[in-house]
Design a protein around this ligand. Structure first.
Ligand code: FAD
Length: 474
């Protein structure tokens, strides 16, 4: 009887360059491929985030099937899954997976490692796969972790990056369990809803992810530095969705970009990849950041719990066209442009003085690229509560952001059709239209499109005062 091992897939839904899978193949005679869905962790209301993730799981199962591999999907308690496997496969020796370094995922990994080792006598091999550098790898010369991005980036750039590894599934002999595949497929489909209304879910899978990467490198990378802040140009990679599910590895992305011709676009893009490692490190070394502000002096900000204005923000009815267009993009596609994530996050936390955690939770439901470290990091940056955030007194002016990054209003017109007839000189502040202009451009402000729900100048003063009050109280 040979050595049977288990490969537990999580947010690494690919075969190519999967570190845990490579190790499992090297050390096993037979492999059982599993994916687990913790039914207790599912959101009460189905979310775009979970639904789109499960669509990728379904696609991955199909992809493996084409190579005669069965991905066994389990539902319920995680420990029950491993107990069951142990009963069914008594000669199971080792467990392989790619670990999480922070949050719930990391706690679960530590707990299950202990359980498998102590109760089931299984050896556990957890690989670092999700980032170019582990959260704990890069430290300052004094031994502490970096709190500021730029020096972290300088150090990050000096380190050699791991190369992708090819994997051959043909050599694998797999372990099967007596499961009803039909039943598993039905349960999985039940978790995927409105799949086709989200543009990204028509474009999932490992092959698609690689195609998106090559298209980006070929057509957009060289100009990335100039165009990436302009939402109407669609000039970013859109790889976040695939990095989040693991349909492509970060090493594959980095290596392909590194091998492309040198350009300012390439340098800027590589810096963006570093932000992903940086926020991974920040979350791992500030585990409380999902519950409270990292900076203690801003834990006393008296947020306004205004549910009506929060609803206006969520649905894209604030009367600030760039904010509304961005929120409608999120609601329609499950993705939002990075510049706009900063604009809407600043608007919620500073103009409306609503707790960043409300915004973070909404993004968590809606984003197809939801990543806890980057999302919490991005929100704490915008709310000025993170380690290296925008200062609390430097508040984005949504109208100026709109004029600078969507000067012709092309992006606004795409998502806010009420304003489609406005010229670029008028589109950023439709509340200033005279009655005659409103008639000319076929929009009645306050009826077809809302008046601004807040006065930016006044809101700015109130926000600065609220942050200063928090500092004084701390
Ligand atoms: P590109 O511009 O092509 O960048 C390439 C890759 O670099 C991205 O896919 C991403 O992996 C990484 N990257 C770029 N910018 C950042 C950044 N600021 N922080 C971390 N990684 C970055 N990104 C997520 O992946 N998931 C999130 O849940 C998320 N939430 C965010 C919330 C807020 C409030 C803010 C301000 C930013 C958030 N980001 C998040 C970061 C960024 O907006 C997205 O990574 C980016 O818009 C994804 O689009 P892209 O793949 O086309 O990016």
């Amino acid at each position: 009887m040979g050595k049977t091992n288990v490969m537990w897939f999580r947010r690494d839904l690919r075969v190519f360059d999967n570190i845990a899978l490579a190790r499992a193949i090297e050390n096993s005679n037979k492999i059982l491929f599993v994916f687990h869905i913790d039914t207790y962790q599912l959101e009460k209301q189905p979310t775009v985030n979970q639904s789109s993730f499960f669509a990728s799981v379904q696609q991955f199962k199909k992809h493996l099937k084409e190579q005669n591999i069965d991905l066994q999907i389990f539902y319920g308690e995680l420990k029950d899954m491993f107990d069951y496997i142990k009963k069914q496969v008594p000669n199971w020796h080792d467990l392989y997976f790619n670990c999480d370094e922070h949050g719930y995922g990391s706690e679960r990994d530590q707990d299950i490692t202990k359980y498998c080792q102590e109760n089931l006598h299984i050896r556990v091999h957890a690989a670092i796969d999700y980032n170019l550098h582990s959260a704990y790898e890069i430290k300052k010369p004094d031994g502490h972790y970096y709190q500021v991005f730029t020096p972290y980036f300088k150090r990050w750039m000096t380190l050699v990056k791991p190369k992708p590894i090819a994997i051959d599934l043909a050599s694998i002999s797999q372990e099967h369990l007596a499961f009803s595949t039909l039943e598993q497929d039905t349960m999985l489909s039940g978790l995927i809803y409105e799949q086709h209304s989200y543009a990204y879910d028509n474009q999932i899978g490992e092959g698609k992810a690689r195609q998106v990467l090559s298209d980006f490198i070929e057509n957009k990378l060289a100009q990335y530095d100039q165009n990436r802040d302009v939402p109407s140009l669609n000039a970013t990679s859109h790889l976040s969705r695939y990095l989040r599910t693991g349909e492509i590895s970060i090493r594959t992305v980095y290596e392909a970009v590194r091998q492309s011709p040198d350009s300012d676009g390439r340098a800027t893009f590589i810096k963006e990849l570093c932000w992903r490692d940086y926020y991974n490190m920040i979350y791992a070394t500030h585990p409380q950041q999902n519950e409270s502000a990292i900076r203690p002096e801003f834990r006393q900000v008296r947020w306004r719990d205004d549910k009506i204005e929060f609803d206006d923000w969520q649905t894209g009815h604030t009367g600030f066209p760039i904010v509304d267009a961005a929120m409608r993009q999120l609601n329609a596609t499950g993705w939002m442009h990075n510049r706009l994530r900063m604009v809407v996050a600043s608007f919620l936390t500073k103009d409306l003085l609503i707790n960043w955690q409300w915004g973070e939770a909404y993004f968590k439901q809606k984003l197809v690229d939801y990543d806890p470290a980057s999302n919490i990091g991005g929100w704490q940056w915008a709310a000025s509560t993170g380690t290296d955030s925008v200062p609390y007194f430097r508040i984005f002016n949504p109208t100026l952001q709109s004029k600078k990054f969507d000067p012709d209003g092309l992006f606004i017109k795409k998502y806010v059709p009420e304003l489609k007839d406005l010229p670029s000189t008028k589109i950023h502040e439709p509340s200033k239209l005279s009655l005659i202009e409103q008639r000319r451009y076929q929009v009645t402000i306050g009826h077809d499109y809302p008046k601004p729900i807040v006065d930016h100048k006044m809101a700015r003063i109130s926000a600065i005062a609220a942050y200063e009050q928090s500092k004084a109280n701390s």
